[in-house]
Design a protein around this ligand. Sequence first.
Ligand code: FES
Length: 154
Amino acid sequence: MPIDTRIPLSVGEVARRSGVTIATVHFYEAKGLILGWRSDGNQRRYARDVLRRVAVIKIAQRAGISLAIIKEGLDKLPADRTLTANDWKQLSTSWRDMLNERIRSLAQLRDELDGCIGCGCLSMDDCPLRNPGDRLSGLGSGAVLLERAPVPKE
Ligand code: FES
């Protein structure tokens, strides 16, 4: 049977379909990330497209994006109508640089953690090659090789 997308959802239905707790739905609403209203029977009700917002919030949080940044992005989108593909594209475009930077950092972590990261510890086998005498400390603090463009091996 086709779903009538005009029928509002209860908080329980939103939680069940989104895979979050009812408390989380209320939390997102309290933070202004999603919108609901009170029915004549004084029950919280949500438009069906709230499911997409909750899904995007969950995935963004899992990618390490803060609720503040998520809200900033969602606040730029119209709240009074169902969002279009263009609206979501606007959001993903605004997040593109941040996401690319995260992807780059995660890939580095995945690919370079087994070697010298230029942190000054000199504890790895290739530290003498990549960071002799902690030469990289002259370029800055932290894991210089991860936090900056890679220094070519000599
Ligand atoms: S890993 Fe720390 S200096 Fe090489």
